[in-house]
Write a protein that binds this ligand. Structure first.
Ligand SMILES: [Zn+2]
Length: 68
């Protein structure tokens, strides 16, 4: 009975540790995606009019003149 209790608790902690590692990987992946996506949008679109700023030479929006 005692042995079963101990092995049961050890198995449970291993499962929890594995779950925490998997959860950490998932959270890290979601965080990286969340951090990268808005940054890309801010760089490629004008904050004022939403014009796509890809391939611009000047640091200004060619549609409304807003500084980037
Ligand atoms: Zn603009």
């Amino acid at each position: 009975m005692v042995r079963t209790c101990i092995s049961g608790s050890v198995d449970n902690s291993d499962t929890v540790a594995g779950f925490v590692i998997v959860l950490a990987c998932v959270v890290a992946g979601v965080l990286i995606r969340a951090l990268v996506k808005p940054r890309r949008d801010a760089e490629t679109r004008c904050r004022k009019c939403g014009y796509i700023l890809r391939g611009l030479v000047e640091p200004r929006c060619s549609e409304c003149g807003e500084a980037i």
